[in-house]
Ligand binder design. Sequence first.
Ligand SMILES: C[S@@+](CC[C@H](N)C(=O)[O-])C[C@H]1O[C@@H](n2cnc3c(N)ncnc32)[C@H](O)[C@@H]1O
Length: 302
Amino acid sequence: MSVRDCSKKNCKNEEGNCPVMGEDGLPVQCVGTWAEDKYFFLEAYLNASCEARRKFADKNNAVFIDLFAGSGKCIIRSEKKEILSGGMRALQRDKAPFNELFFFDLSKANTEALLKRVNNKDNCHVICGDSNALVSNLVSSLLQKYYRYHFAFIDPFGPDNLKFNTLKELARLDRMDMLIHFPIGAIKRNLPNWKKKTNTILDDFLGTGIWRSKIEGVFSNQIFKILIDVFKEQLKTVGYPEEGLKIVSSGKDIYAGLPTVSVKNTKDVDLYVLILASKHPLAQKIWSSIIKMSPNGQKTFF
Ligand SMILES: C[S@@+](CC[C@H](N)C(=O)[O-])C[C@H]1O[C@@H](n2cnc3c(N)ncnc32)[C@H](O)[C@@H]1O
C-alpha cells in the first residue's frame, strides 16, 4: 500500500487529487484546511434553509445541482484527514432531503468514484463532462417539471472552469438558489495579463468585458470590490433581483454590495469568497445571518 506523503510539494495529479487513494480505495481531492470553512457555510445554509426547502422536499420537488462535484471526498493535507465533499454533504440533509441530485465533473476518475460513493442511488445522477456544456440540457429537462426548488453548489477550481453563460442558463429556473465560489487568488494572479487582452477567461467568467474600464486607475485594494460588483450587476441581468443579492441585515461587506464570505488560507490571504444568489429575499436573509458567524463559532465583523 502506498504511504501518503503530504510533505511533498505539488504532488497532486491533474485532477487535483492525491496520488494515494482514500481509505475506501477511491480518489480523494487534496485540500487545505480552509476547505472546511467552505463546507461550514454550505452546510449552515442548507440547515438553516431546511424549513423553506421542506415544503418542496415533502412533494418530491427539491433538486440539488453540483456543477463541479469532485470525487466525493477530500483529504486535508496538513492533517491527513478525510472529509466529505460539498455534494456528499448535501446528500445527507435528512430533515428536508433533496429528492433529485445532479453531479457533474470533467474528470472520469472523479465521477466514477462519486458514483460509488453515492451508492449508485437512483435519485443521484452523476455525469462526466463539462458543466458549461451540460447545463443547458439539464435546465431544459428541469423546466419540464412543475414547481420545484433548486439549489446549485458552484465550486470551480478557478475562473477558467466556469462561464457566466452557465449561470445564465441556471437562472432560467424560477426557484434557483446558487452558492458560488468566486475565486480571488486565481484572478489576482492573472489580472495583469488579462487587463492587456480581450476575450479572456475573466471576460467569460464575468460574462462581460466591462470590468477592464472599471478598474482602470483604481487602487489595487479596491479592484475586487469592483469585480464583484460587476458580477452582481451581471446576476441582476439574468433575473436575480437586488433583494436576492443584497445583505438584509445592516452591516459592512468587505468586498461589495454582495453578501460574500471570504475563505482564507493559513496565511490569512483571501482565496475566494462565497456568494449566495437567490431570487427570493428570504434566502438572502438566511445567508446574511449565517455569514455573521465564522466557522470557529465567533462572530465576524460584517
Ligand atoms: C474545487 S474542485 C470541486 C470540489 C467539490 N465541489 C467538493 O466539494 O469537494 C473542482 C472540480 O471541478 C472539476 N472541473 C473543472 N472544470 C470543470 C468543468 N468545466 N466542468 C465540470 N467539472 C469541472 C474538477 O475536476 C474538480 O473535481
